[in-house]
Ligand binder design. Structure first.
Ligand code: MG
Length: 422
């Protein structure tokens, strides 16, 4: 009905223009306006994996089709065993299906696994790698960058923060590394404060901070804060180790430094405890890398337990799930700063989401101690320019693995995108 009306309106207005349009041109215009776009017809033929060890384990995933196109994704952190889950559980559900119905496939696999651990952990990390490969494939099939499929682009380049491995005032490597980070153009840095080898720790299991231990942590934060210019923001990560009292004391002690955030001050499971820490301090509290799917973020947001959320998109459910988590957070005016420890392929997947959401803050980058591997991992070379990644307009993710370089850290005893034998 609507289409009929609009075509009649088009013909009437074109006819009204009289001599401007010849009949030949009018006919061509009507045909162009009415001929349907042909949706690509694809079928999944195989899903293959390759495992590398860089910052922990990364499982690379390729979804192949009957038209020669394939998509490439990546899973991490909870990816141990992901290759087996993909081969045994996902492969039979997905082969023969239309890969462009990304969310249907994702939901079918997730809902089909609710009695098999699909709420979190390895199952969701494996699904994340497959989902990212499906978006890469969809972009390639449709000739569009992934950000376009996620709603379009709000920004052209993605701000990164550099995770710094060294922050000891007496260690000469610290000044060297912090200088390098500054020279590379980063506008934000993160350091760790949970040091199992802190010389003043008396227990190797419990994480109750004593006065001297706390003083040393604060000295390290002060050193980095004072070494870096003020325009470079500083975050501190607790890795979810400290007990409640220690987390509160640390957050209070960090207040003069006006941190970007204090990350995972307490373990990830107890949201009420996290909220108690947040309510005790003016230091912004961040968390999320150990939460899964949108369901892992609803209680954090509803209970006002964090100032910033940090889902890991290669672990928490993939790119569209990352967008959903960002949108949930946006409803609470909470910024989105994804955790990210993967190769340029997975990182670029995160960049497409960060480009598409309104509440993006900053994206993690954790490969400064393996720069050569980073710079050679994809055929496009180093995708970081002055602490930012420009979001490419190429179809799909817009980066292609450099097989030879990537394979230099293949996990021994694993296959390299071997055909699945189901
Ligand atoms: Mg962390």
């Amino acid at each position: 009905m609507t289409q009929g009306r609009s075509r009649r309106a088009f013909l009437a207005s074109a006819a009204g223009l009289g001599g401007i349009f010849s009949l030949r041109h009018l006919s061509a215009a009507v045909q162009a306006a009415s001929s349907p776009y042909r949706r690509p017809r694809l079928k999944i033929t195989d899903i293959r994996t390759a495992e590398v060890r860089a910052h922990g384990l990364q499982t690379h995933v390729r979804v192949y089709t009957d038209q020669g196109l394939f998509g490439h994704g990546e899973a991490t952190d909870a990816a141990q065993g992901a290759a087996d889950i993909i081969r045994r559980v996902f492969h039979p559900l997905m082969v023969g299906q239309d890969p462009l119905n990304v969310d249907l496939l994702w939901e079918r696999v997730r809902a089909g696994g609710i009695f098999a651990g699909a709420q979190a952990g390895q199952f969701v990390a494996a699904l994340s790698g497959v989902e990212i490969a499906l978006w890469d494939l969809a972009g390639k099939a449709l000739g569009l960058p992934v950000y376009q499929l996620l709603g379009g682009k709000m920004r052209d380049r993605i701000r990164l923060y550099c995770d710094a491995a060294h922050h000891e005032p007496e260690d000469p490597k610290s000044r060297e590394m912090l200088t390098q980070i500054r020279e590379m153009g980063f506008t934000a840095v993160k350091i760790d404060c949970d040091d199992a080898n802190n010389p003043y720790r008396w227990d190797r299991v419990a994480w109750t901070v004593n006065n001297r231990e706390l003083d040393l942590i604060v000295e390290r934060v002060r050193f980095v804060r004072e070494f870096l210019p003020r325009e470079i923001e500083l975050g501190v990560d607790g890795h979810g180790r400290f007990d409640m009292g220690s987390a509160k004391r640390l957050a209070k002690a960090f207040e003069p430094f006006r941190l970007l955030w204090f990350e995972e001050p307490v373990p990830a499971e107890n949201v009420a405890a996290l909220r108690d820490v947040r309510e005790s301090t003016s230091t912004p509290i961040a968390c999320g890398e150990n939460r899964f799917l949108r369901f892992g973020f609803t209680d954090i947001l509803e209970r006002r337990a964090a100032d910033i959320i940090q889902p890991d998109l290669q672990k928490a459910g993939g790119l569209l799930e990352g967008r959903r988590i960002a949108d949930l957070a946006h409803a609470y005016y909470v910024p989105f700063a994804p955790h990210c420890v993967v190769s340029p392929i997975g990182t670029m997947g995160s960049c497409h989401v960060c480009a598409a959401v309104p509440n993006f803050l900053v994206l993690e980058w954790h490969w400064i101690s393996r720069l050569d591997y980073w710079r050679n991992f994809v055929q496009e070379g180093d995708i970081i320019q002055n602490g930012f990644i420009e979001v490419p307009d190429r179809p799909g993710l817009g980066v292609t693995m450099n097989e030879e370089a990537a394979r230099s850290r293949q996990v021994p005893g694993t296959g390299w995108f071997e055909p699945a034998r189901s």
